[in-house]
Design a protein around this ligand. Structure first.
Ligand code: ADP
Ligand code: MG
Length: 390
């Protein structure tokens, strides 16, 4: 008789990626400190892969027999999460493997996903708390952005950055050893330069939501609803329509035609004009970020109203009208999200977006990694991934 299966469930298995080059190089120390023992105690077996180069985790994910594991744990920053999800996306069995829970132990410079997960879990930002979330094996859906550039279709979970923020992210790479301080050092020099970028942002706005739906959405989410309500009060944000993005085409690698909501509203390819209900901001900017999470790093509350699976991305545009003093003030009030109250900052929730840079030369980042500079567009898929979160 099989008595064993109920009284003693098989241990869970995690595939663990450790990036020795992330942040200030402490990933291995972080994992082998308390985390490894806590997971061990929770009867979770860990198979560790130490990444040896850019793209290693992605290639590993593409080729591995993932059915061996019950989840993927990344001990790095957001860049390695980006590799993992794009690796998953390039597999034939994407529709199965996308449900594998992904967890993060913060060893990068920014750690946006970690900061967001800790917030929604109601836990303090520390490694032990982050490890407990994984040990408890509780998961939540996370929105995904399906992106299209001239050459590629790919995924993002965090951000598209252009202008000053991308310059800071990329140019500060040389200060990698400083950990998150590298952003501050570079930001000072970027404020002095105050470079202006011209371009066009188009977006499909979120619909207004009826009050009743709003209530039921809040109450579905247990303790998060309380925290969200507090945040909404502080920032006086409206909870816009919950959207529903459905991917029409099963062969997502080949086509970027997506339906948004129940409008069956396909997004034309990048070189085609956009439908009438899209809105356009055509001006000079200091920077534009399109983000999917509340935090852009542990020190940057980017979009206070954002939820892990609200089906929305948030466009933050800093106008070129801002002077150096204003810009400094904006950068100094990113920690608590107050920066969005600046008259030079716009925060716009959307379901889909297109960014067309007109200024020649510059950086474009996706999830903090450099991509080819040029037009990019995307749609949000509500809850397309699973992450470890209480
Ligand atoms: P950080 O927040 O410090 O940038 P990330 O997790 O974003 O940390 O990782 C940065 C990059 O490191 C990722 O793009 C990943 O591809 C790359 N990477 C992974 N392993 C290595 C390695 N052994 N050497 C160099 N780069 C690596
Ligand atoms: Mg979202």
């Amino acid at each position: 008789p099989d008595l064993g299966s109920k009284s003693c469930p098989a241990p869970r298995k995690l595939l663990v990626f450790i990036n020795p080059c992330s942040g200030s190089g402490k990933a291995s120390k972080i994992f082998n400190g308390k985390s490894k023992d806590i997971l061990n105690e929770a009867d979770i077996l860990c198979e560790v892969v130490t990444t040896e180069r850019v793209g290693h985790a992605k290639d590993y994910i593409i080729n591995a027999n993932l059915s061996k594991w019950d989840g993927i744990l990344v001990v790095s920053g957001d860049g390695l999460i980006y590799e993992v999800i794009n690796g998953l996306n390039e597999r034939q069995d994407w529709d199965t493997v996308r449900h594998m829970p992904i967890g993060i132990l913060p060893a990068g410079s920014g750690n946006a996903l970690y900061a967001s997960i800790m917030k929604f879990s109601g836990e303090p930002n520390d490694i032990v708390s982050a490890t407990f979330i994984i040990a408890k094996y509780s998961t939540r859906p996370l929105d995904l952005m399906h992106l299209q550039s001239k050459k590629n279709n790919f995924l993002a979970f965090l951000s598209i950055g252009w202008g000053m923020i991308a310059d800071i992210d990329i140019k500060s790479e040389k200060f990698h050893f400083l950990g998150s301080n590298r952003f501050t050092v570079e930001a000072v020099s970027m404020i002095a330069k105050r470079k202006v970028y011209r371009g066009k942002i188009s977006y499909l706005p979120c619909d207004k939501e009826p009050e009743e739906t709003r209530e039921s959405q809040w109450t579905n989410n247990g303790n998060v609803s309380e925290r969200s309500a507090v945040m909404d009060e502080t920032f006086n944000f409206h909870n816009d329509d919950d959207m529903n993005v459905t991917q029409l085409d099963a062969n997502h690698q080949q086509s970027a035609i997506l339906t948004v909501g129940d409008d069956s509203n396909p997004i034309p390819s990048l070189d085609k004009p956009l439908p009438n209900q899209w809105k356009v901001i055509d001006q000079d900017f200091i920077t534009v970020v399109i983000g999917n999470l509340p935090y852009l790093s542990t020190d940057f509350l980017f979009a206070p109203p954002s939820r892990l699976d609200d089906g929305k991305a948030y466009i933050v545009a800093v106008s070129d009208k801002v002077n150096r003093k204003g810009l400094t003030k904006i950068l100094l009030s990113t920690k608590n999200g107050q920066y969005i109250e600046s008259p030079d900052v716009q925060l716009i929730p959307c379901k889909a977006f297109r960014l067309v840079p007109e200024t020649e030369g510059g950086y474009l980042t996706v999830d903090g990694e450099v991509v080819d500079y040029g037009p990019i567009q995307g749609t949000v898929e509500k809850g397309g991934l699973q992450v470890f979160c209480l």
